[in-house]
Design a protein around this ligand. Structure first.
Ligand code: TNX
Length: 517
C-alpha cells in the first residue's frame, strides 16, 4: 500500500512537472526554448540588479519603473545583485537573449542592448504573472525572434489620438517585443505632421477628421515627433513615418491646391499632380524635413490605391505633356513614373523607400525599396515581389487589419466578404492558410505587421478595444516559431495579460468570455 501511494505521488509530481513544461512559462510571446529546473527564485518585493556593461545598465531604470508599476517590485541597483545583466558576444542573434533563473540568482545574457531588453521583458512578465509575489520558477530560457521585423501601424489621419495614447501603445508593444511602429500620418481627412517649410499642411490640412470635417487642426509638432521617436527608441522600437503619395493626398492639396492632381467623384482632390514638376520639389522638401525627425533608414511613401483618384489626370495639361515627353501611354505608367522619381529622391536623401504592394509593378529598383503586401486576395503580387527580390513585410488585410471586427457579432468595424480577423486567425498567421507556401520560408520576408486603419475608430478606447488582445497574438505570431506555438496555451497565458490590461486601464476584447470589456 505504502509503495503504491509513493508511486502515485511520483506519478502526480511527474504530471505536475510535465504539464508545467507543456504550458511553458507565462510569457507572451512564448519563448522559443525553455528548460525548467527544480526550485524557485525567491526575492521578496525588492529586487537587486547590476550590470558592468553601460548599455545594459542604462536599461535598469526603465525596468525598475515597469516592475514597480506592474509587479509592485522595487528594483535597486546594487553590485551584489541577484539579477545580473551580462554581455555575452556568443549570443549571435542581435535580438536574442538567455535568461537563467536559479534559486539565488538570475542572469540575463545578450550581445546587444536590444537582446538584454527583451530578456528583461520576459523576466518582468514572469514576475507580473507569478501567483506568489517576487517568486518565479527556476528555468533556462534561450530565445530569439522568428522575424526581425515585428510591426504595428497606426493611422492618425482618419482620427487623431495624440502623444499620450501613442506612448501607451508603445509601452504595450515593448512589453510584447514588437519593434516597428509604422506611423500613417497623412491621408484624406488630415495631415498630422508639422513641416516648417509648409505650415499650411498642418494649419489647414490638419483641420478635420473622418467624423467631423470641421474639427480644429490636430497634428504633431516636430518637438512632439522627436519626443515620441525617443520614447520608442528607448524601447527598441523603430518609428517609420508614412507620407502617402500620389494618392491619399487630399489633406495636403487642400492646403496647397497648386499641387492637386484632382480626383474622382467619390474621392475629390485625392492625388498630387504628377504632371507638375513643382510637385516633386514640394514633396522632396517635405521628405527632407521628415528625414531629420526620424532616424529610421526607411521612409514610407504609400503608393496605394492611386487609381481611386486619377480620373482627372488625362485632362491636366501637365500630365499630357509628361506623357508625350516620357512616352508614357497610360495612367498606370504615369503613376509608375511618379513613384520612380520619388524613389530616387528618397535614395538621394540617403533613405530607402517603403511602398504598399502597388509599387511592385512600378519598375522601382528593389535595392532601394521594401514593400508591404496588403492585398490578401492577390497572392500573385506577393510572389512577384519576391521574384523581383523586394524585401517584403506581410500585412494582408485578412487577418492583419485590426479595423476588421474580431467576431461575427461585432458591428462597428469592417468585414470583407463575410471575413474578419478573430484573435485565433491572427495567432495562426503566417501559415499556408493565408499565403502561398513558397513565400513562407523565403528569407526576403523580413517580418509581419498589423495595421490599424481608423476610418471606423474615433476614440482611444475604441482603438484599444480593436487592438487588444489581438496585438498579443500578433506578437507571438511574429516572435515564436511554429514548433513552440500553441493556441490553447496562449489562451491560458492571455488571461494573465488581461490582468495587465486591467491594471493599465486598457480597453480590450475578452475573446474568451466573449463579453465586451
Ligand atoms: C485600404 S491598406 C487602404 C487604407 C484603408 C484600409 C481600410 C491600404 C494601403 N489602403 O487607406 O484605410 O484599406 O481597411
Amino acid at each position: 500500500f505504502r509503495f503504491c501511494s509513493r508511486k502515485k505521488v511520483v506519478l502526480l509530481m511527474w504530471l505536475v512537472l510535465a504539464s508545467g513544461f507543456a504550458m511553458g512559462q507565462a510569457v507572451i510571446p512564448r519563448p522559443n526554448a525553455v528548460v525548467k529546473h527544480e526550485g524557485v527564485f525567491t526575492g521578496g518585493n525588492e529586487l537587486t540588479v547590476f550590470s558592468s556593461n553601460d548599455a545594459f545598465r542604462s536599461l535598469i531604470p526603465g525596468f525598475a519603473e515597469s516592475a514597480q508599476r506592474l509587479a509592485g517590485l522595487s528594483v535597486v541597483e546594487n553590485k551584489k545583485a541577484a539579477v545580473r545583466l551580462v554581455h555575452n558576444p556568443k549570443i549571435t542573434n542581435t535580438q536574442g537573449y538567455r535568461l537563467t533563473i536559479g534559486p539565488k540568482e538570475i542572469t540575463v545574457e545578450a550581445s546587444t542592448g536590444q537582446g538584454c531588453f527583451y530578456g528583461l521583458q520576459s523576466l518582468l512578465q514572469l514576475f507580473v504573472f507569478s501567483d506568489t509575489p517576487g517568486e518565479i520558477a527556476c528555468a533556462q530560457i534561450d530565445d530569439e525572434p522568428r522575424f526581425g521585423w515585428r510591426g504595428f501601424m497606426l493611422d492618425e489621419s482618419r482620427h487623431f489620438f495624440g502623444v499620450e495614447e501613442v506612448k501607451r501603445l508603445l509601452d504595450q508593444m515593448a512589453l510584447q517585443k514588437l519593434n516597428v511602429f509604422h506611423w500613417h500620418l497623412t491621408d484624406e481627412p488630415g495631415w498630422r505632421i508639422e513641416i516648417k517649410k509648409y505650415p499650411l499642411l498642418t494649419e489647414v490640412g490638419g483641420i478635420g477628421n473622418q467624423s467631423n470635417r470641421q474639427a480644429p487642426a490636430q497634428f504633431y509638432t516636430q518637438d512632439e515627433i522627436r519626443e515620441i521617436v525617443a520614447y520608442a527608441a528607448a524601447r527598441f522600437i523603430e518609428v517609420i513615418p508614412e507620407i502617402d503619395m500620389p494618392g491619399h493626398a487630399t489633406a495636403a492639396v487642400k492646403a496647397y491646391p497648386d499641387y492637386s492632381g484632382g480626383g474622382s467623384e467619390r474621392h475629390p482632390d485625392f492625388t498630387f499632380n504628377p504632371g507638375n514638376m513643382a510637385t516633386y520639389a514640394f514633396l522632396t522638401d517635405i521628405l527632407r524635413e521628415v528625414t531629420t525627425l526620424f532616424p529610421s533608414q526607411y521612409i514610407h511613401i504609400g503608393g496605394d490605391e492611386v487609381s481611386f483618384g486619377n480620373q482627372q489626370w488625362p485632362t491636366l495639361p501637365g500630365v499630357k505633356r509628361l506623357m508625350e515627353e516620357q512616352g508614357l501611354t497610360n495612367l498606370v505608367e504615369v503613376e509608375h513614373w511618379f513613384l520612380q522619381q520619388m524613389t530616387d529622391s528618397v535614395a538621394a536623401l540617403g533613405k530607402k523607400v517603403i511602398g504598399w504592394d502597388e509599387v511592385v509593378s512600378s519598375g522601382i529598383d528593389s535595392d532601394k525599396a521594401l514593400t508591404m503586401w496588403w492585398r490578401h486576395d492577390k497572392p500573385e503580387i506577393l510572389l512577384q515581389a519576391l521574384e523581383k527580390d523586394f524585401p517584403v513585410i506581410l500585412c494582408p488585410r485578412i487577418p492583419l487589419y485590426f479595423d476588421f471586427v474580431q467576431i461575427e457579432e461585432h458591428t462597428s468595424g469592417r468585414k470583407w466578404g463575410g471575413r474578419f480577423a478573430p484573435v485565433e486567425s491572427v495567432y495562426r498567421f503566417p501559415s499556408e492558410e493565408f499565403l502561398p507556401v513558397s513565400a513562407l520560408a523565403n528569407p526576403k520576408v523580413l517580418g509581419i505587421q498589423a495595421n490599424l486603419w481608423t476610418e471606423t475608430i474615433a476614440t482611444a478606447s475604441r482603438l484599444e478595444f480593436m487592438t487588444f488582445p489581438r496585438i498579443a497574438a500578433l506578437a507571438e505570431a511574429a516572435w515564436t516559431n511554429d514548433a513552440a506555438k500553441d493556441y490553447n496555451d496562449f489562451q491560458q497565458r492571455i488571461q494573465k495579460m488581461f490582468q495587465v490590461y486591467q491594471k493599465e486601464q486598457i480597453e480590450y476584447f475578452d475573446h474568451i468570455s466573449g463579453k465586451d470589456a
